[in-house]
Design a protein around this ligand. Structure first.
Ligand SMILES: N[C@@H](CCC(=O)N[C@@H](CS)C(=O)NCC(=O)O)C(=O)O
Length: 212
């Protein structure tokens, strides 16, 4: 498999975590968002949306990290990233969706570029924008975690699930935008617990070949 991705991209980061948790090898193909390689015609033949990540498996091109991660889960079910119980699966997916649907999309590079260039936002305003949506998502996740009496060391139970796969890159991004994670003690502890697992460590932005 070939993973077209960027070290600092949260969606790439979450896909790398899922691949490593599944014990799958891949070739790392860097696509530099800083030089807008993702908008070049060569990359757009893989993903017409011009967004990373894209995963190429044989002749198949997969795009959209939620779809790719669900595909991995179905194609390589062990170890599972979702619990077996139906309600539990919905809960884990809901936690992941807070990040995947409600926090990450509004803080994406192209949104921030539009704020800067089309709406006159300076860096302080951009930082405030990102911090606002991160805090809204993290407040909700923290409340859901507090409400789960069965919870162990992770977002759900005692092994990493899809929810942790989404959460950890968002915590990384929050740190980059100077958001104090100490406001959400359960999220902070989960991030520390994930940091002890090799799959999460291997996926960290700082350790990727294009990290500069
Ligand atoms: N929903 C898509 C979003 C992908 C996405 O937004 N990727 C970001 C990096 S995290 C990107 O390529 N941004 C380029 C840009 O905004 O210009 C997914 O989950 O794959």
């Amino acid at each position: 498999m070939k993973l077209y991705n960027f070290f600092r991209s949260g969606t790439s980061h979450r896909l790398r975590i899922a691949l490593h948790l599944k014990g799958l090898e891949y070739e790392y193909v860097p696509i530099d968002l800083r030089t807008e390689q993702h908008l070049a015609p060569e990359f757009k033949t893989l993903n017409p949306q011009g967004l990373v990540p894209a995963l190429v498996d044989g002749g198949r091109v997969l795009t959209q990290s939620p779809a790719i991660i669900e595909w991995l889960e179905e194609r390589y079910p062990t170890p599972p990233l979702l619990p077996t119980d139906l309600e539990a699966r919905a809960r884990v997916r809901a936690l992941a969706a807070i990040v995947g649907c409600d926090v990450h999309p509004v803080n994406n590079r192209r949104i921030l570029e539009a704020l800067r260039h089309d709406f006159g936002a300076d860096e302080a305003a951009v930082q405030r924008w990102c911090a606002t949506w991160i805090a809204a998502g993290f407040d909700a996740i923290e409340a859901l975690l507090a409400d789960d009496a069965q919870r162990g060391d992770f977002c759900f139970g005692n092994t990493p699930t899809l929810a942790d796969v989404y959460l950890v890159p968002q915590v990384e991004s929050a740190r980059r935008f100077k958001v104090d994670i100490g406001r959400w003690p359960r999220i902070l502890t989960i991030d520390e617990n994930c940091g002890r697992i090799e799959a999460f460590r291997k996926a960290m932005p700082a350790g990727q070949p294009d990290a500069t």
